[in-house]
Ligand binder design. Structure first.
Ligand code: FES
Ligand SMILES: [Fe+2]
Length: 350
């Protein structure tokens, strides 16, 4: 049954734990433990002696001291308070001055996978963690693409972050430097395939936005944007441009932005991004420009989303949000989220 629009327009979405979420970029995780909260769960990530990644509950079972304040001892994670040691499966295997170690001292271990320069964690039921369903970040790791990347902390519910990414008409109003005419005036085509929403927008005979101009393209172009959105955690975006009037089908994109949306809490979100290009891949100046433009744009989104979340927090009327015509693809994503949330609730009750 299709839910009415008003039923999918709640300001806040419950968290969905049964997903692969980006927990970190590969170089963030070393032999120094890294604490990162995902779906309200404190998790400690660290690299073992053999290079493999481990992800454990970031709370010692003894007195709840954060294990991320501990250190790596051999292949074990040692608590920084009284020295209990845990292996990568979360088993407590050593306690100073004590022989017997009951199983009740074990901590939770999370399924974790490192692929394409990205570390993914599954906060849900480990039995459901299927590596086949990992999001596609391969462009972050292929050698003939150059990538700049970063993490923004979004002080907003993850569904608001997805709304923001699905309605790129905001670019003309929020991102003055990124800007570029044509987005709000051009229709967004989209289709739904299971948990994936595909979008496409063609803008004909328009000036290019700053990220193209900054890289030396000027004049009128036919430009396009394409997105592959796999709710709730993955957004692939590409932008391209050809000389106006050629009427060619879209060719290779000018740049691609792969994004991981990882709920931290109900009202905060880790936003991982990698901006990749296939030209001038050894040009450090172009990398610096792409990084600066991307960081500036996402800083602007942070400011908008923070203000939006604060406004929602202060509104106790329980009213749903509203949708514009341009929100059709965003509503399709919200519909998928509603289905995933319901399915997870049913599974947890079973
Ligand atoms: S709190 Fe970790 S060993 Fe005591
Ligand atoms: Fe934005």
């Amino acid at each position: 049954m299709l839910l009415p629009d008003k039923d999918i327009l709640s300001p806040l979405a419950p968290l969905i734990r049964g997903q692969w979420y980006v927990a970190a970029f590969h170089d963030e995780v070393t032999t120094a433990p890294l604490g990162r909260k995902i779906c309200n769960e404190p998790i400690v990530l660290y690299r073992r002696g053999n290079g493999a990644i481990a992800a454990l509950e970031d709370r010692c079972s003894h007195r709840r001291y954060p294990l991320s304040r501990g250190k790596i001892a051999g292949d074990l994670l040692q608590c920084g308070y009284h020295g209990a040691c845990f292996n990568a499966e979360g088993q407590c295997v050593a306690i100073p001055g004590q022989e017997a170690i009951p199983a009740s001292l074990n901590v939770r271990a999370y399924p974790v996978v490192e692929r394409d320069g990205v570390i993914f964690v599954w906060p849900g039921d480990p039995a459901e963690a299927d590596p086949q369903s990992l999001p596609d970040w391969h462009i972050n790791a292929v050698v003939d693409w150059a990538t700049v990347r970063g993490v923004h902390h979004m002080p907003a519910n993850y569904q608001l972050v997805l709304d923001n990414l699905l309605d790129l008409t905001h670019v003309q109003f929020v991102h003055q430097n990124l800007g570029g005419p044509g987005v709000a005036e051009s229709p967004l085509e989209f289709s739904v395939d299971g948990d994936v929403v595909n979008t496409f927008r063609m803008m004909r005979n328009v000036e290019l936005p700053g990220i193209f101009k900054a890289l030396g393209k000027t004049g009128k172009f036919d430009r396009w944007q394409r997105q592959i959105v796999r709710a709730p955690s993955y957004v692939y975006f590409e932008a391209g441009a050809e000389a106006a009037g050629a009427n060619d089908p879209p060719r290779e994109p000018h740049h691609v932005v792969v994004q991981g949306i990882t709920p931290e809490t109900d009202t905060t979100t880790h936003y991982f991004w990698a901006t990749a290009r296939h030209f001038a891949i050894d040009d450090a100046a172009i990398s610096a420009t792409m990084r600066a433009i991307t960081v500036d744009a996402f800083d602007e989104d942070v400011a908008v989303l923070a203000a939006q979340q604060r406004s929602i927090d202060r509104d106790h009327t329980g009213r749903p949000l509203n949708a514009f015509a341009c929100d059709a693809a965003g509503l399709a994503v919200r519909r998928i989220l509603a289905r995933l949330i319901t399915a997870e609730t049913v599974r947890q009750r079973a």
